[in-house]
Design a protein around this ligand. Structure first.
Ligand code: 4AD
Length: 483
């Protein structure tokens, strides 16, 4: 028997994915291709059957054509299959190639009566309840690939700019943000040497899941100069909003030898512009935007493109100026524009952030120099502007974006040991717990700063997915953790 010629790549032990097959140059006519995937749809006619097969590698599935309809008789939606056949140019609209099937193997059956992922539109709530199956939907599949390509774009940006990617700990002894939103951890009670009654014994110290890698990044930046990480963070917040998760991923960068808030904002802006440009022509972004009415989707894409290509730097506004414009707008609007009247010294509420980005600036805006009382202990105190202690500000920023509000937060870090000790005291923190952090200043401390960007918020903003709960494979929030 003649050995069959299978299409394979000499450089990989793996068979090509459907995406690779669709992108690769036409194979020799006689080359036999093996395709693994799941049946997305099946259409049977008298003499021919068609099935769309997806392996999740791209938004587009591969159309399989069965001229022997017996071959397709055991196929059902959701079944996993291995098909063999030859690839050919497709005469149909919407796809370039199709597979003329000569052999079918059903690897895993799927009962069409009981399959929870039926073809009709499934609600967001239904999919949240079936999050172990929802990666099979077009939207979640596209989102997962978008997360992947965004991660690669981020790594590209930081590599090009001399940053080193580091892995920071998940278990930590500190609450970086001091907001009391930590998850405390303890060994499970099945461990005979410990008990729930004494959760801190394992480390001889209370232990938490990290809320931010910043303090650890600062330690590494004190030697490696420019570092960043993309890591999971955990916050025991009760917020039930479309922007909050209990477990989310944060891009954090930290670099030494900067004393410039402008430089921090510039790096954030350049990194995000780079990501937006990289995704301008992404088919997964297309698939996600296509969920919206065409006019909305076109307008949104053009809007993102305009932020990526804006000739001027994105707007920068001090907190004090922001409060002034918010207060003026509130006063001029009959009955007041906001639920929370804007006032210097109060946090900006999400309604304020949204108005600044959506209406006042109509684009991304950095709000800088917030009051020290609103911010964590580590932010660098600005030189007094004569307003007295109550008006003291710190060298920090939040980046607000339209339709979302806060996407990034960052600051210069207090590198002056005396001022840092005073800040710890003001925040009621024990100096002994931060001895190592003070050492970073005592021994060759350099001016430095950095930022943190919420990865799911970035995905939501770019893709138009309404909630961050649909921007991660398995979301966790207060009251919900299914698997
Ligand atoms: O503003 P945050 O709290 O800043 C920090 O944690 C700093 N230590 C970061 C740093 O400077 N290295 O959080 C940064 C970003 C927010 O702007 C937001 O995008 C995201 O993290 N974020 C959340 N995203 C989803 N769910 C939550 N619960 C989030 N909390 C913050």
């Amino acid at each position: 028997m003649l050995a069959r010629r299978f299409l394979s790549s000499a450089s990989s032990p793996l068979a090509p994915t459907i995406r690779q097959l669709l992108l690769s140059p036409p194979p020799p006519p006689a080359a036999c291709v093996a395709v693994n995937g799941w049946v997305k749809s099946i259409r049977r006619q008298k003499k021919v059957a068609f099935a769309v097969i997806s392996d999740g590698s791209s938004d587009a599935g591969l159309q399989a054509v069965f001229t022997d309809i017996n071959l397709a008789k055991n196929l059902t939606n959701g079944a996993s299959v291995r098909l063999q056949g030859t690839l050919a140019d497709s005469p149909g609209a919407g796809q370039e190639k199709e597979l003329k099937v000569s052999e079918v193997e059903v690897l895993g059956e799927c009962d069409p009566e009981r399959y929870p992922m039926q073809k009709q539109a499934l609600t967001v709530e239904y999919l949240r309840d079936h999050c172990h199956l929802r990666a099979r939907t077009r939207e979640i599949g596209a989102m997962l690939r978008l997360r992947d390509s965004t991660t690669r774009a981020i790594h590209g940006y930081f590599e090009d700019n001399g940053f080193i990617h580091v892995h920071t700990p998940i278990i930590t002894s500190n609450d970086c943000e001091g907001a009391g939103e930590t998850f405390r951890i303890a060994p499970s009670s099945s461990d005979a040497s410990t008990s729930d009654a004494k959760p801190s014994e394992y480390f001889n110290h209370p232990a938490y899941l990290t809320v931010s890698s910043q303090l650890h990044l600062e330690a590494v930046a004190s030697a490696i100069s420019r570092v960043y990480t993309l890591s999971p963070c955990f916050r025991a917040e009760r917020s039930q909003t479309s922007r909050h998760l209990a477990e989310f991923w944060m891009l954090e960068a930290e670099w030494a030898f900067t004393s410039s808030l402008t430089e921090l904002c510039d790096v954030v802006e350049h990194a995000i512009r780079h990501v937006l440009r990289t995704h301008a022509a992404s088919p997964d972004m297309d698939a996600l935007w296509k969920q919206h009415p065409p006019a909305t989707s076109e307008a949104k894409r053009a809007e993102l493109q305009s932020y990526a290509d804006a000739p001027q730097p994105w707007t920068r506004l001090t907190y004090t100026d922001a409060v002034d414009v918010l207060a003026a707008h509130h006063a001029q609007t009959p009955g007041g524009a906001f639920v929370f009247p804007p006032a210097w010294g109060s946090s900006l509420q999400s309604e304020h952030e949204r108005w600044l980005a959506d209406t006042y600036v109509r684009g991304p805006v950095f709000v800088t120099d917030y009051p020290a009382v609103l911010k964590p202990f580590y932010m660098r105190l600005n030189d007094s502007d004569g307003g007295g202690k109550e008006r003291q500000t710190v060298a920090c920023f939040d980046l607000l974006v339209p339709g979302m509000g806060e996407l990034v937060g960052g600051s210069l870090r207090e590198e002056r040991t005396g001022l840092l000790e005073a800040a710890l005291e003001r925040h009621g923190l024990d100096k002994a717990d931060y001895a190592w952090y003070l050492d970073l200043r005592r021994y060759g401390g350099a001016p430095h700063g950095g930022f943190g960007l919420g990865f799911e918020r970035l995905i939501s903003w770019m893709s138009g997915i309404e909630s961050v709960r649909e921007c991660i494979a398995m979301p966790r929030w207060a009251g919900r953790m299914l698997l």
